[in-house]
Design a protein around this ligand. Structure first.
Ligand code: ADP
Ligand code: MG
Length: 655
């Protein structure tokens, strides 16, 4: 039962106010067949939309089945709408990307497929389109589309059907079909209210209400004429209860996901592009974190080879304007200092001298550029670098500046492949050397491959190969009793005195580092690097997120009419919000998963192709997945809310 009393609706429009309805009062029984007629602009659609709960009146009362609904909140209207009313539009308003059958079933997404609802297949049959179920709207004639729309309006078994010029866009034959369908529905107990210009349509009804300038000017009941009894085909929801059970949550969520994915798939290129943003973001987070962590791990393992009792002495190279000034600084380490430190400084167990340089090594026709490291025999013990195969050079060989060398694993791989290098002769900077051993594996770092090295006796390196007069650094191992700080200052003092480093230069004289110093210096740098890498990655994720937001905003605008329609068939704001969120989540989560795979591939690629060590942590995987969900939510909520807050009828009018 529809009862309206003194209903007014006005629109403010460009400063002025349009009174679309003024003081309309009307009663319509639930089983009537009513036509509303009148000139264009007389307020017919406005009235029908208010009757259909798609719009709210400015003032007045509207009682639907005894319940005052004029000022209900939007969600309550949506629920009432889908329980009692079916709406048919002049423009059909089918969703172009859904098949006919899915268009018919669409309202069930929001109402749930309860015992009262009709099956879409059955309704397609009833409107005579069983063979068109799999067609899309664009593949059907106007009349067929309108029949699909009628089937859709019936799916929730409504009590009253409202049609706004349902035949306005159709040819005469289709007009007739539609009219036939409406008549049938009325015969099966549904109330039908139809806005029309067509006298033929009006003739079929039992009551004609004429409107002019927002007012009812006549309301005539007429005896039915010319109505041919038709076999009841459409099963009306006459036996339905007032309350419909709400859909089960799991099912509802599943349907929403399907719907979201369908929308994503409908715009493949656009979705793929916005997914790409997230994919690149997540991939770079994974790869960057893997690189940072890999660097840190290999630095740690490199530092482990340096014993805890070891300090390193090196000349503090004076810097002028950031440029190292090698010459002129009296703080140097001479070859003789190695023995001197070992013998004269108390608490020293072993001392190893160290020089480094680059060299071109060749074997047969293969060439390799590598680091040349000159060391003394104590190096093997201090750095726990006992040869992996072969042997260390002897003190005698060292003294004789013998041309013997130990190769790191990378050099062995590059020059010898799988051949045993021990005993072979190679050339280092065109000088012949014999390989006597292979250094144990140390692992690569993010910056440098520790195994890409050739170790030779210190004096050979200094005098025969690199032309150095001084030693670069000393590794000094304590006896384990003396305090390392004390040992350090003793060495510093002794060396300064021995080399007559002026007091003014003491600060810049010799530098002592112990393991803890080195570790903290190195890890500070690598942490900075990791943070920088992570920041770059975060920026790319942000950009990806903004890309998603952009796409979703476009999508909301483009699909405004779709949103209006969904609301018209009973979707609440919440449903629309969820649906758009599901869409953004679908895009961002699939983007995230792709990014995860890409990131892992890049990390593996970097370590196998470029030789950088990378290490993927469970944390970074978790972080990137959580982040892509987060990005989807954050950047999806705004467009989704924008969509959800649209008024159904304004949304439907959107061009
Ligand atoms: P009908 O369906 O009988 O052609 P409508 O109900 O659509 O008429 O419109 C009635 C009056 O209200 C018209 O003068 C129209 O211009 C005005 N109107 C309808 N909708 C709006 C709106 N959203 N904003 C401003 N004016 C509107
Ligand atoms: Mg109209």
């Amino acid at each position: 039962m529809i009862e309206i009393h003194n209903l007014c609706k006005s629109y403010s429009h460009g400063g002025g106010t349009v009174h679309a309805l003024s003081n309309v009062s009307l009663e319509i029984a639930p089983d009537e067949f009513v036509a509303i007629m009148g000139r264009s602009g007389s307020g017919k659609s406005t009235l029908l939309q208010i009757l259909g709960l798609l719009d709210v009146p400015t003032s007045g009362s509207y009682r639907l089945f005894g319940k005052e609904v004029a000022h209900l909140a939007e969600d309550e209207l949506a629920i009432l709408r889908r329980q009692t009313l079916g709406f048919i539009f002049q423009q059909f308003h089918l969703l172009p990307r859904l098949k006919a059958i899915d268009n018919v079933g669409m309202p069930l997404l929001y109402s749930g497929r309860t015992g009262l609802a009709h099956s879409p297949e059955r309704l397609m049959q009833d409107v005579g389109l069983a063979d068109r179920a799999q067609h899309r709207p664009s593949e059907m004639s106007g009349g067929q589309q309108q029949r699909v729309a009628i089937a859709r309006s019936l799916v929730n078994a409504p009590r009253i059907l409202l049609a706004d010029e349902p035949t306005g866009n159709l040819d005469t034959a289709s007009q007739h079909d539609i009219l036939e369908l409406l008549t049938q529905m009325h015969q099966q107990g549904l109330g039908v209210i139809v806005v029309t210009h067509d006298e033929e349509v009006a003739e079929r009804t039992h009551r004609i209400i004429r409107m002019q300038d927002g007012e009812i000017i006549s309301d005539k009941r007429q005896a039915r004429r010319g109505a041919v009894p038709v076999s009841p085909r459409i099963n009306s929801g006459a036996n339905r209860g007032d309350e419909q059970a709400s859909p089960s949550r799991g099912r509802y969520a599943l349907e929403l996901f399907k719907e979201g994915y369908r929308a994503v798939l409908a715009n493949k290129l656009r979705s793929a592009l916005s997914m790409l943003g997230i994919t690149i973001g997540v991939a770079s987070v994974i790869a960057m974190l893997a690189l940072g962590r890999g660097a840190q791990e290999s630095i740690e393992s490199q530092l482990k080879s340096l014993g805890a009792n070891v300090i390193v002495l090196r000349p503090n190279v004076a810097r002028v304007g950031g440029v190292a000034q090698e010459t002129g600084s009296p703080a140097r380490i001479a070859f003789e200092d190695i023995a001197w430190v070992r013998e004269r400084i108390p608490g020293v167990r072993a001392v190893a001298g160290n020089v480094t340089g680059r060299g071109q090594v060749s074997y047969a026709n293969r060439n390799w550029n590598t680091q040349i490291q000159g060391v003394t025999t104590d190096y093997a013990t201090i750095r726990s670098a006992t040869p992996f195969i072969g042997r260390m050079f002897t003190a005698k060989e060292a003294q004789q500046r013998a041309r013997v060398a130990l190769a790191g694993l990378t050099v062995v791989r590059e020059l010898f492949g799988s051949e045993n290098p021990v005993g072979q002769f190679i050339k280092i900077n065109k000088v012949n050397f014999q390989i006597i051993g292979v250094m144990p594996e140390k692992g690569g770092t993010g910056y440098r491959d520790q195994d890409d090295v050739i170790v030779i006796p210190l004096q050979t390196a200094m005098y025969r190969l690199l032309g150095k007069q001084f030693v670069d650094s000393l590794d000094i191992e304590s006896d384990g009793v003396v305090n390392l700080d004390d040992l350090g200052s003793a060495v510093q003092r002794g060396m300064s005195t021995r080399h007559r480093v002026p007091v003014s230069l003491q600060e810049d004289g010799y530098q002592i580092m112990n393991l803890a110093d080195i570790r903290s210096a190195v890890s500070a740098t690598s942490e900075t690097m990791s943070a920088l890498l992570a920041a770059i990655a975060a920026v790319s994720l942000l950009v990806g997120g903004i890309g998603i937001m952009n796409i979703m905003l476009v999508s909301v605008t483009e699909r405004t009419r779709e949103i209006g329609l969904r609301k018209a068939v009973g979707a609440r704001s919440k449903d629309i919000l969820f649906q758009f969120l599901v869409e953004t989540l679908a895009v961002s989560v699939s983007g995230g998963i792709l990014g995860l795979m890409l990131g892992v591939a890049i990390s593996v690629g970097m370590s196998t192709l470029a030789g950088w060590s990378t290490s993927i942590s469970g944390f970074s995987v978790l972080l990137s997945v959580v982040f892509s969900v987060f990005v989807g939510l954050v950047f999806g909520i705004y467009p989704a809310r924008k969509a959800a807050l649209l008024n159904p009828i304004q949304a439907l009018r959107h061009e």
